[in-house]
Ligand binder design. Structure first.
Ligand code: NAD
Ligand code: DAU
Length: 356
């Protein structure tokens, strides 16, 4: 029987992690405590959970600013909060950044995951009622052609420093199961979208550039394909795995919702223009084809029959509804956007991309 009572969420101030914590408090019967461990990089923003902190701070919700590469800090937090479940979201997550600066990806995604594994190995010892759940990506499987899907046993073939670092962390997690018997589960998920996503990723970047009348940079020929999943559906999958996933198993998670980038950008133009009362064709006129991302994976497509068949998980949010919710959120939350876009992020973008 799994304890599932004191959960440590790493990277809980980021996009998916913050939505996960909110999801647990608002949409599940979870009644234990959640500790959010986050270094607060450019992508981490404690404001993402102000409402949760106000409602549960110091009672069932605790924030700990720490680096997952810091063994002593992680060990102390595990002990002080008597952690029995660790959900590992913390990572450097943006492919483009990994191309310009891979070092942080190796450090956080590989060394950081290793450090967490070492810390739980020392703290949990031989306990079997505990769980280390590692959140990973479909990008570890590489790039598909026109046909086929990623399955759980598809050989790993990462192409970017980001996906290589995630693949490495996946292998470490599984090694700790096989070698030391640490109960682990792993999920490999496709592209998430929804509120609180840092506006360097395709969907929020496009919504905000449409709103601001700025160019919409489409990489290469715009025909690359991604499979999109609303963030709450990813988080319901993680919650489902925490409750019933078998130790040592990997579960693929996806939207079964493939879109060519250019078709998606057209849809975002139409929907955002309709909300703002603008001419959709004028918005489409902002589309600018730019130099392709080096090593740009052509197509991702997930087969998620295993989590559906074994654990009964299903996607619940249609792309139509999910996009409408996301567009409305980005158009309404201008203060949040201004703050996350200032400072280090702005300087990094200017340095690496110039003014787009
Ligand atoms: P994000 O970049 O929005 O958030 C990452 C969080 O990790 C931030 O809060 C950041 O401050 C924190 N962090 C970074 N380095 C840290 C360190 N050394 N110590 C402690 N905290 C640190 O990322 P996201 O999009 O929310 O992704 C979360 C996880 O899900 C990642 O592991 C990513 O690989 C995986 N994933 C993401 C997607 C997606 O579409 N975004 C899809 C599949 C899997
Ligand atoms: O598949 C899961 C992965 O999805 C996660 O593991 C990553 O953390 C997450 O960032 C995401 O990676 P992608 O590289 O697929 O996401 P991104 O939003 O950066 O790009 C989506 C597609 O859009 C990709 O084909 C590149 C393209 N793109 C992206 C940007 C930012 C553009 O054409 N123009 C852009 O400006």
């Amino acid at each position: 029987m799994r304890a599932l009572n004191h959960i440590l969420v790493t990277g809980g101030a980021g996009f998916i992690g913050a939505n996960f914590i909110r999801y647990l408090f608002q949409k599940t019967d979870f009644s234990g405590k959640i500790v959010n461990l986050d270094k607060l990089t450019y992508a981490g923003n404690p404001e993402n959970l102000t409402d949760i902190d106000e409602a549960w701070g110091g009672k069932r919700y605790f924030f700990e600013k720490a680096d997952i590469c810091d063994f002593d800090a992680v060990s102390e937090i595990l002990k002080r909060h008597e952690i029995d479940t660790l959900v590992h979201f913390a990572a450097e997550s943006h492919v483009d950044r990994s191309i310009y600066g891979p070092g942080e990806f190796v450090s956080t995604n590989i060394q950081g995951t290793f450090t967490l594994l070492e810390a739980v190995r020392a703290f949990w010892k031989d306990r079997q009622d505990v769980l280390f759940h590692h959140v990973s990506t479909d990008e570890v499987y590489g790039s598909l052609g026109d046909e086929g899907f990623f399955f759980e046993d598809t050989p790993y073939d990462p192409r970017s420093p980001y996906s290589a670092s995630k693949a490495s962390s996946d292998h470490l997690v599984m090694a700790y199961w096989h070698t030391y018997g640490i109960p682990v589960t792993l999920s490999n998920c496709s592209n998430n979208y929804g509120p609180y996503q840092f506006p360097e990723k395709l969907i929020p970047l496009m919504i905000l550039n449409i709103k601001d009348g700025k160019p919409l940079p489409v990489y290469g020929d715009g025909r690359n394909i991604r499979d999109w999943l609303f963030v709450d559906d990813h988080n319901s999958a993680v919650w489902t795995i925490l409750k019933g996933g078998r130790p040592g198993e990997t579960y693929n998670v996806g939207g079964e919702n493939e879109w060519e980038n250019i078709r998606l950008v057209h849809t975002l133009c139409e929907k955002t223009a309709a909300t703002l009362g603008r001419d959709p064709e004028a918005c489409k006129g902002l589309i600018t084809y730019v130099k392709d991302r080096p090593g740009h994976d052509r197509r991702y497509a997930i087969n998620c029959d295993k989590i559906k068949g074994e654990l009964g998980w299903r996607q619940t949010v249609s792309f139509e509804t999910g996009l409408d919710t996301t567009i409305a959120w980005y158009l309404a939350n201008t203060a949040w956007i201004d703050r996350v876009r200032s400072g280090a992020y702005r300087q990094w973008i200017d340095r690496n991309y110039g003014a787009r």
